[in-house]
Design a protein around this ligand. Structure first.
Ligand SMILES: Cc1cc2nc3c(=O)[nH]c(=O)nc-3n(C[C@H](O)[C@H](O)[C@H](O)COP(=O)(O)O)c2cc1C
Length: 360
């Protein structure tokens, strides 16, 4: 008897085609926020004329999940679950290995439902040493997943951590979304108390409040990925897919907390804990990456520009994108006189006060 039921197989196929649809929408439609930004336009850095460092001497190395990385940059979890997703994951893994940075895969739900899809997430044969992050949604845990599925996801790709994405806006707007989302915190507490692999709590683009960050800081977690407003707009993406939402207001679709403010909120909310902060949600330039560190982030993560670069020109285009992103980070740091991330974070008060980080 097969261990995978027909229902699971059907669900796996639906999940897989939804993931391909998301990629298509992201590549073909406007999926950014209207009249919103990641907040960093309010934070001006002061370039020095009397620079002390050559950009080549700026050290961006860091560690995450016990592994050394050359740059504090991650490719956010996006794909897997289809042949297209497999191709993207493999290109992402190649470039992460080349730059020695971390990578997340997209939600592995499809492969839990239909295990033959597991190979679309596996990248260790390409990137044996990179920090690699597995991915499942809180909605699945609230609908019956437990430690077994968490372990399956991590073991499937030999991951260093599991990201659990919390995306209530997306699920509530998605026509086939899981609406059973109350009791998120007790469920997270149950999982994080039993699971020995590091857990990252991850948003997907509506940002994080100080209250949420405070509540999450009581959990045994490794990091929070803020995924704020300013990058990919998942409310907009789901509204394209759901004809019933044709008349929804633009104000609602563009709702959320910008990334700059989300990072600051998370830093305040998790004070006194060892929880790391991952900045994501429109951190699409090297200068915005530097600004993220100044307001409290430990790493930055990018999704949409990575997908777009890979779709446009594969690994060569990705290499160009990341090379220029890192050039911009290093040059910004040279121009403000911070030779590494640690010093950058210590010097933050020289450049900013919290009053500069305004919600737009
Ligand atoms: C095509 C695509 C698919 C995504 N799929 C997932 C997913 O399966 N799981 C997840 O946690 N986040 C997913 N995300 C969200 C990203 O990981 C990220 O949090 C969000 O897009 C914000 O980053 P950005 O503004 O750089 O795009 C996806 C994003 C994109 C663009």
């Amino acid at each position: 008897m097969s261990l995978t039921s027909n229902m699971d197989k059907q669900n796996g196929a639906t999940t897989s085609s939804r993931k391909d649809e998301h990629i298509k929408i992201c590549l073909e439609k406007d999926v950014q926020f209207d009249n919103r930004s990641n907040g960093f336009k309010y934070l001006e850095l002061y370039p020095s004329l009397l620079i002390k460092y050559h950009p080549d001497d700026i050290d961006l190395s860091s560690t995450i999940l016990g592994k050394k990385i050359d740059y504090p940059v991650l490719i956010s979890g996006m794909t897997g679950g289809s042949s297209q997703g497999k191709k993207y994951n493999e290109v992402f893994a190649k470039i992460c290995s080349e730059f020695n940075i971390g990578m997340g895969v997209g939600s592995q739900r499809a492969a839990i439902e239909l295990p033959t899809l597991s190979n679309t997430f596996k990248v260790r044969h390409i990137a044996s040493d990179i920090p690699l992050i597995a991915n499942l949604g809180i909605a699945q845990f609230l609908s019956g997943y437990g430690i077994k599925e968490a372990e399956t996801a991590v073991n499937m790709i030999d991951a260093d951590a599991l990201a659990i994405h919390i995306n209530p806006m997306q699920e509530l707007l998605q026509k086939e979304g899981d609406k059973n989302l109350v009791r998120i915190l007790p469920k997270l507490s149950e999982i994080t108390n039993q699971f020995s692999t590091p857990i990252i709590i991850k948003g997907v683009g509506t940002g994080l409040s100080k209250d949420d960050a405070e509540l999450l800081s009581s959990l045994n977690i490794y990091a929070i990925d803020v995924a704020g407003v300013g990058g990919t707009n998942w409310s907009k993406i789901e509204s394209y897919r759901n004809p019933e939402l044709k008349h929804i207001s633009s104000e609602f679709l563009n709702w959320g907390i910008n990334t700059g403010l989300s990072i600051a909120n998370t830093e305040i909310g998790t004070k006194g804990s060892n929880i790391k902060i991952i900045a994501s949600g429109g951190i699409w330039s090297g200068m915005d990456a530097v600004k993220s560190f100044l307001v409290g982030a430990d790493y930055v993560a990018l999704a949409l520009p990575i997908l777009k670069a890979a779709a446009k020109g594969g690994i060569e285009e990705l290499r160009k994108f990341l090379t220029s992103y890192i050039f911009e980070m290093k040059t910004t740091m040279a121009m403000i006189g911070a030779e590494n991330i640690e010093i950058l974070k210590k010097r933050r008060h020289k450049f900013i006060g919290r009053e500069y980080i305004l919600s737009d």
